[in-house]
Write a protein of this length. Structure first.
Length: 421
């Protein structure tokens, strides 16, 4: 049985047993204990094993990607193409989300009492989120922060939002390696090759746990997400999921047919392992090793293109996150009866696209950015509490689109470069 099939079986088992547990053991201490210990342990074991190698993997894969491209101009061209595609696809994604949220107006479907109850339940969580978000830096410092004063520190903090800084460092190392005496460059390149191979092997170990871990993660999700909560936010959840599905299946199919060598059906079949991993981990960074492997082995995208486009994309191309941010801000504006001017709506679009770039590819990475956008357009920031209870579910869905978007861009760039096999 192949891994994707085993993961799907894990998903179905986790979901079914989660529902059964809710039905038969709702509120029992035994269920809470099982969930907080066994299911939590299995899920976290898997996630931590993957996160453990994200830093060495991102660094080595980018260094090697640049060295293998061998030519800074080629890197510039690929970078430019990826950037243009990212901009275009993110704008379409946010457009779909905002169009749907304006059409359906889910914020007006939730009763004021339900809204206040949801918000009240989440006050401690919202406080934490808001504090973190408001500690954010000024834009100029954020840009300067991309150049790490100390690359080791950037590596240490990579999963807390300094991944972009680590990437800038790795890119510069890669570029410098192509320009120094090859004799001097060789040991470092070989080291990067070794680090990459070892990281991939550790990911293989982790992935062998994936089916069981995914079952545990879904079990917890089902047990923890209140059915009433889901029902009261059904309009909002439906708009996000429908928007993501339209971008995934319609928009991506159109661009793939238009500009790549892959038929959409083949593309989705070949990449399903990465999409399932994204869904289960809710993290583009954690999915990166699988994304890299699938791109090379199943799609035949040359490694030098894949490692550059996908590694940068895992951090900076997040169509799902962009859509989710736009929908959430407008939903909360509707919910709290804040009328946004046309200018403010444009600001939401623009900031959502940027948020897709600036969000760390980790679970819940987009929440702090939503708080900032809410504040900018004058929607109460504590409103975020209303949606925190369904965030994990939506995170799994948007991360799937984020990762699919990275693979689509890699496919488009490889086709543009005429190098796909
Ligand atoms: N979890 C998302 C990712 O890793 C980021 C987010 O939208 O929270 O791609």
């Amino acid at each position: 049985m192949t891994l994707p099939i085993r993961i799907v079986i894990g998903m179905l088992t986790g979901t079914a047993t989660g529902f059964a547990a809710r039905l038969f053991f709702a509120g029992s201490p035994g269920l809470a204990w099982f969930n907080d210990n066994i299911a939590y342990f299995l899920g976290q074991l898997f996630l931590r094993l993957i996160f453990m190698v994200v830093v060495p993997l991102v660094a080595s894969s980018l260094v090697l990607g640049v060295v293998e491209l061998g030519d800074v101009r080629k890197l510039g061209r690929i970078g430019m193409r990826s950037l243009l595609w990212t901009g275009l696809l993110s704008a379409i994604s946010v457009g779909i989300g905002i169009g749907l949220v304006e059409l359906v107006r889910p914020g007006e479907m939730v009763k004021a009492e339900v809204r206040d109850e949801l918000r009240a339940k989440m006050i401690p969580d919202s406080k934490k989120v808001i504090e973190n978000a408001l500690g954010a830096r000024r834009p100029v410092d954020a840009v300067l922060g991309l150049i790490p004063k100390n690359p080791l520190q950037a590596a240490v903090n990579a999963l807390e939002g300094e991944t972009l800084a680590l990437m800038v460092f790795s890119l510069l190392v890669g570029i410098a390696l192509t320009l120094v005496d090859p004799e001097k460059a060789r040991p470092i390149t070989e080291l990067a090759e070794g680090v990459l191979a070892v990281s991939m092997k550790i990911i293989d170990f982790a992935m062998s746990l994936a089916p069981v871990a995914v079952a545990a993660l879904l079990f917890s999700l089902v047990v923890r997400t209140g059915a009433e909560l889901l029902a009261s936010l059904a309009g909002y959840v439906a708009v996000v999921v429908l928007g993501l599905a339209l971008q995934l299946f319609v928009v991506y199919s159109i661009v793939l047919t238009w500009r790549s060598r892959w038929r959409p059906a083949v593309f989705f079949r070949q990449t399903r392992e990465a999409l399932l991993t994204a869904f289960s981990t809710a993290s583009s960074s954690a999915t990166l090793p699988t994304t890299l492997r699938v791109s090379e082995e199943n799609l035949g995208i040359p490694r030098q293109i894949g490692s550059f486009v996908l590694t940068v994309g895992a951090m900076a191309n997040q169509n799902g996150t962009a859509l989710f941010e736009g929908v959430t801000v407008l939903f909360l504006a509707q919910l709290f009866g804040v009328e946004l001017t046309f200018g403010q709506q444009l600001a939401v679009v623009f900031m959502s696209i940027l948020a897709g770039v600036g969000t760390a590819g980790v679970p819940g990475g987009s929440i702090p950015l939503i708080v900032i956008v809410l504040q900018t357009v004058g929607v109460p920031a504590e409103g975020i509490g209303t949606i925190l209870g369904v965030d994990r579910l939506l995170d799994m869905c948007r991360t799937t689109l984020n990762v699919a978007g990275d693979l689509v861009i890699a496919a488009l760039v490889a086709s543009d470069e005429g190098e796909a096999s």
